[in-house]
Design a protein around this ligand. Structure first.
Ligand code: GAL
Length: 425
């Protein structure tokens, strides 16, 4: 009798930790999922929530979104809530320093080692990704996808009309820029401030290469050295072919993409959530309605980022949250989410489980992810902590106002020092 009681108690404990329960005795109550996937960015998350609700019908999911591309607004709201002791049940966070160097070091996340072990996830996710969600031997979030940051988007029919090809290098782009401008078309469209940072990281990757880029975050590439000066100089040349200082500040990333499709701009550099938008929202076919290429000078390098969710310390409903994480990390969950999102699954076995779900763009991205040199995105949380990211906005402002590579280099170095994001300097 006693042994049986111990067994039942153990079973209940296991099921409550891992959410492996039937609908009847599964988790219940409310589950607030916090993200910036609102409006056009919503369908993939909604598909995941629908799957969760099917499996855990007793939980009422609250899909709490704060609008604003790349989480510019959501991350500020999250910070207030985390510091105020009212965390959401689970929140969107980028794998890498945004997670580990920000929330984990501050002791705000629960380790998820047991869940990873129970689900067999230590083998299902690539080792380099597991590294980015680990801190001092513990795992802290469940990655739902891999996005690519260094992609150049265009309209194949418009390029044909203008008689130009997608440039493979920045020099090629700069050479064709005046001819595009003469037609009254913006050569490279950008939007609100964060999209300018997004462009910068692609330019920096092109100038520095993957090794030089990685060197920024170890201190091997001097923050104010000659290589970084070359990055700012090139960025300045590229900016002259954009709408910065004209209508950029008022455009969301979707509106920037709209301009490419409408033929008002030739190119845009954006993460591949743009593919999700063009396929899921605009109904365009990859390779036909829109074209894509690695951003100039980065062919063979995949600048990656990964959206993930975790279990914050003080989560109001840990059982429902762990169940949420188990759906998110499952093959089924990843295949419900990614085809709509424009990203590829973080799991290594998900695409092969349902290849037909993945369009030509996503197939190409999956092949590149498997074969390219990898580089972690700065603009989307892999390379540096939140402190650096926040302060980098000021570096960019200084550069945009002064157009001085030396001033930007000095400011960059100062931000490295205060954030501790650039290795031993
Ligand atoms: C990124 C995020 C993507 C997408 C994008 C635009 O930071 O990882 O999933 O939402 O912002 O908002």
């Amino acid at each position: 009798m006693k042994a049986r009681l111990v067994f039942v108690v153990l079973l209940l404990a296991i099921s409550s930790v891992f959410g492996v329960t039937s609908a009847q005795d599964g988790p219940s109550g409310e589950l607030e999922i916090f993200s910036w996937w609102a409006g056009d960015e919503g369908p993939a998350l909604e598909a995941l929530i629908a799957l969760y609700s099917e499996q855990f019908p007793n939980v009422e999911v609250i899909n709490a979104t704060v609008t604003g591309g790349s989480g510019v607004n959501a991350r500020a709201v999250l910070k207030t809530r985390m510091l105020g002791g009212t965390p959401p049940a689970s929140f969107q966070v980028h794998a890498g320093q945004e997670l580990t160097g920000t929330w984990v070091v501050a002791g705000r996340m629960e380790p998820l080692n047991d869940l990873f072990e129970a689900e067999g996830w230590n083998e299902a996710f690539p080792a380099q990704l597991l590294e980015q969600i680990s801190y001092e031997g513990n795992l802290y979030s469940v990655p739902v996808n891999i996005h690519r940051s260094n992609v150049m988007w265009f309209s194949p029919s418009k390029l044909e009309e203008w008689g130009i090809a997608a440039p493979a290098t920045w020099d090629e782009f700069l050479a064709v820029c005046p001819a595009i401008q003469e037609q009254g078309v913006t050569p490279l469209v950008v939007g609100e401030a964060w999209t300018v940072n997004h462009l910068w990281e692609s330019v920096a990757l092109g100038v520095l290469g993957a090794e030089g880029w990685a060197g920024i975050w170890t201190g091997e590439t001097a923050a104010d050295g000659a290589e970084m000066t070359a990055v700012w100089d090139k960025f300045n040349e590229v900016l002259a072919c954009t709408n910065v200082g004209a209508d950029s500040a008022g455009l969301s990333w979707q509106q920037a993409i709209d301009k490419v499709i409408a033929g008002e701009a030739a190119f845009n550099i954006m993460g591949d959530w743009a593919a999700g938008y063009m396929v899921t929202t605009l109904g365009l076919e990859p390779g036909v309605g829109f074209g894509f290429a690695a951003s100039p000078d980065t062919t063979g390098t995949f600048m990656w980022l990964s959206d993930s969710f975790g279990l914050p310390v003080g989560s109001p409903n840990p059982d429902a949250t762990v169940a949420w994480l188990s759906v998110l990390g499952s093959v089924e969950g990843q295949n419900a989410f990614n085809p709509l999102k424009g990203s590829i699954p973080a799991r290594i076995d998900a695409v092969s489980a349902a290849p037909d779900l993945y369009n030509a763009y996503l197939q190409a991205a999956a092949a590149d992810w498997a074969s390219n040199t990898l580089a972690g995105s700065l603009a989307h949380g892999v390379a540096a902590n939140e402190r650096f990211m926040g302060d980098f906005n000021q570096v960019m402002e200084i550069f945009l106002a002064s157009r001085s590579s030396a001033a930007a280099g000095a400011a960059f170095k100062a931000v490295c020092a205060t954030s501790g994001a650039c290795g031993g300097m």
